[in-house]
Write a protein that binds this ligand. Structure first.
Ligand code: ZN
Length: 89
């Protein structure tokens, strides 16, 4: 059963609560009875965020290969290698 770290933003009360994933989230602070009791960001949540970053990065990288051939042909024209046989020589 996963343990969730809860914290009350009202009074600062912190508690690790063991819950089933199907259990409803706690909202009422056992210390001050306010509804500021909230689950803290845990490691799995952080990893999920990282995955989102990776997905964004991957999309950006997908655009790069399309631009690369243009840059390569401009900076290095064909037939300049010398060692490789070329139809132009
Ligand atoms: Zn509280």
């Amino acid at each position: 059963m996963p343990i969730y770290a809860y914290r009350c933003t009202q009074c600062g009360f912190e508690k690790d609560v063991m819950q089933k994933i199907s259990d409803p989230l706690l909202t009422v602070c056992p210390e001050c009875q306010s509804t500021s009791f909230a689950k803290q960001l845990t490691a799995p949540g952080f990893q999920l965020k990282g995955g989102g970053w990776y997905a964004t990065d991957f999309k950006g990288g997908g655009n790069k290969p399309a631009e690369k051939p243009v840059t390569d042909s401009a900076s290095a024209p064909p037939c300049q290698g010398g060692t490789a046989p070329c139809a132009c020589n």
